[in-house]
Design a protein around this ligand. Sequence first.
Ligand SMILES: Cc1ncc(C[n+]2csc(CCOP(=O)(O)OP(=O)(O)O)c2C)c(N)n1
Ligand SMILES: [Mg+2]
Length: 355
Amino acid sequence: MAVKSAYLARKGEKGSKGEKGGKGPKATDLKNSGFSAEEEINAYRDMLLIRRFEEKAGQLYGMGLIGGFCHLYIGQEAVVVGMQMAAQEGDQVITSYRDHGHMLACGMDPAGVMAELTGRRGGISKGKGGSMHMFSREKHFYGGHGIVGAQVPLGAGLAFANRYRGNTNVSMTYYGDGAANQGQVYETFNMASIWKLPCIFVIENNRYAMGTAATRSTAVAEELGKRGEAFGIPAEQVDGMDVRAVKDAADRATEHCRSGEGPYILEMMTYRYRGHSMSDPAKYRSKEEVQKMREEHDPIEQVKARLLKSNRASEDDLKKIDGEIRDVVTRAADFATNDPLPDASELWTDIYVNA
Ligand SMILES: Cc1ncc(C[n+]2csc(CCOP(=O)(O)OP(=O)(O)O)c2C)c(N)n1
Ligand SMILES: [Mg+2]
């Protein structure tokens, strides 16, 4: 099955030449995907919440209030927000350790997520899981996985559960360009395809796996969706910096899965602005490369510019939203820094399931 590209080359744009990680995202053909004013505003608000939350998490980490690993999602916000715009109640989300944005987009409480980062009692995992290990059955969020690629077969398992129960839910299974080189991804493709599982494989191709550019470690690094061809899984490559393009592709993918046609791959071309984790020497790419991406493709700035240009929102309207988001994040950080640490007796609880 052919890979359908949702890209249309922007006239004259050749990507940023000489970049270690390859080309930037190109403009998307968005014939039928104009957002309503409400959709634009919601997308703006949801992406901004992730951005501000992650900035605050970075600050708290710098102050020594967050221990262990912490991987920020800044730059990639349009991917999960656009995907969730196509979700229906009960659709599951599962991802890697770069998971705070996914949790917020699923509607999990920012204070609970932040308090988990600071290891407090009121954290989503009672302060015992940290950044990479949070779950919410209520919001259908299944982690938070630190083993690269391990969430992919689990995501197909969630899709299997939907199939078994005969519902119309889909499993949105996210993984990175680095994880795309893990063998278990292809074992999963095989089973998902033969069993026609309602699973959307969302590849977040942010062009780097830790400090290694995908172009150095990965064959055909800019067409990872093509890898589904051998398994008969349709794929699209999407401008993952444009929330409209993401939602547009997500609509097609969910429709395909819900109608019993089997899995679908969406390769989101995206970019992370911050380091891989909080300790990252950042020697593998230039500051100019990051700057260029921020200036030309920032997902939040794109929506903001459209809202202002179309007069769907004024500067004041957006300032009001910004203020509301700051309040939410400030409250989350206050809770996360004042809530007590777990009691020592909790060391032995939640380790095994009581069967
Ligand atoms: C099985 C396994 N191998 C190696 C690692 C170390 N590791 C952690 S993150 C990472 C890079 C993964 O990159 P990618 O899938 O592109 O995701 P991104 O960090 O860009 O979101 C590696 C190699 C690991 N956690 N698990
Ligand atoms: Mg990556």
